[in-house]
Design a protein around this ligand. Structure first.
Ligand SMILES: Nc1ncnc2c1ncn2[C@@H]1O[C@H](COP(=O)(O)OP(=O)(O)OP(=O)(O)O)[C@@H](O)[C@H]1O
Ligand SMILES: [Mg+2]
Length: 315
């Protein structure tokens, strides 16, 4: 493996990016009504998209290597956002038919509701043949998710052969190819619901042990406001629990994605699994204190302040 810092990228992401159109209404209607829209807002999201923004805000040299269209408005929105965050797009795969995921989310005030209408034409995330293998070898960490499994598998095979760390965010079983991909992931970072469902266990703690294999470096199961359980080669039989930071919660949209991005950033910096989990928890907790998915992601200084306060409290 190359020395840390000698690669061109710290973190490359190959999964899905999205554009969400939020429509705010007083209350969600029944069919056939006319409803006044209070506010509209467009924001970028997606598991990998939001994770890359988190890594970049923490100081990682991040890049996106999934596919996007080159002229359509949705792809251009994502490109502009990434460019503003300093996320490199020079090896993003440009395909005329590729698009981000697109959702319209109707947010009702009274009672609080979120109703999501989603579309995807099937051309999103990892390309089956691109980018070139050398690009994938040029990063410390590769972040994948459960979309476009064929292209993701190709990237993982190249990454593993080159000693690149692979971090995965799987929120569901996407079908063909998934079972073969799962054992190849070094750092499996899953939300509790899917981890428990996949392992048929009744707790996140047990799921960590079940998901462990000696091919891995870490298994982390995230449990929202209940923090996370995690294990490595020394602790997989008796997983550790890190409670979530107690914060004034405003909006938890994207906390899971932010956790992944910060975990990747920590890994690229050479942190231990323990260090990565702490960095990820602090970054995700701060995100929960602010409105918006990507807009609410904190910068490094604020995260270091929270980590320092944790260390102080633990003395
Ligand atoms: N209310 C909260 N307070 C503090 N930290 C939180 C809160 N919610 C989430 N987090 C942090 O974010 C991490 C990931 O959250 P969660 O387990 O909900 O991810 P997820 O289910 O993948 O959600 P997402 O839909 O955002 O992808 C948690 O392990 C925790 O560290
Ligand atoms: Mg998630």
């Amino acid at each position: 493996m190359n020395e840390r810092g000698s690669k061109r990228y710290d973190v490359l992401g190959i999964g899905v990016v999205a554009v969400d159109d939020l429509v705010y209404v007083d209350s969600y209607p029944t069919a056939e009504q006319k409803v006044r829209v209070l506010r509209r807002r467009r924001q970028c999201g997606g598991q990998t998209g939001t994770a890359l923004v988190a890594a970049a805000r923490l100081g990682s040299r991040a890049g996106y290597i999934g596919s996007l269209g080159d002229r359509d408005p949705l792809s251009r929105t994502v490109r502009r956002r990434f460019e503003r965050e300093g996320i490199d797009l020079s090896h993003c795969v440009a395909r005329p038919e590729a698009r981000p995921y697109h959702s319209t989310i109707v947010v009702g005030r009274r009672p609080p509701t979120r109703t999501v209408f989603s579309s995807n034409d099937g051309h999103a995330g990892a390309d089956p043949q691109l980018p070139a293998a050398d690009v994938i070898r040029s990063t410390d960490v590769l972040l994948i998710d459960h979309h476009a499994i064929a292209g993701t598998r190709r990237a993982v095979d190249i990454a593993r052969a080159a000693g690149v760390e692979v971090v995965a965010d799987f929120e569901r079983d996407p079908g063909e190819g998934f079972e073969d991909l799962l054992p190849l992931v070094g750092h499996l970072v899953l939300p509790e619901r899917f981890a428990r469902e996949w392992t048929s266990t009744d707790s996140a703690e047990k799921a960590v042990s079940r998901l462990w294999s000696h091919e891995r470096r870490a298994v982390v199961v995230t449990c929202g406001a209940d923090g996370c359980w995690y294990g490595d080669v020394e602790t997989y039989e008796t997983p550790r629990h890190l409670p979530a930071a107690k914060v004034d919660v405003v909006d938890t949209t994207g906390c899971g994605d932010v956790f992944h991005g910060a975990y990747c950033a920590g890994l690229a910096e050479g942190k231990t699994v323990d260090g990565c989990v702490r960095l990820a928890s602090a970054t995700a907790a701060l995100k929960a204190t602010r409105d918006g998915g990507q807009a609410g992601i904190p910068r490094r200084e604020a995260v270091e302040q929270l980590l320092a306060a944790w260390n102080e409290a633990a003395r």
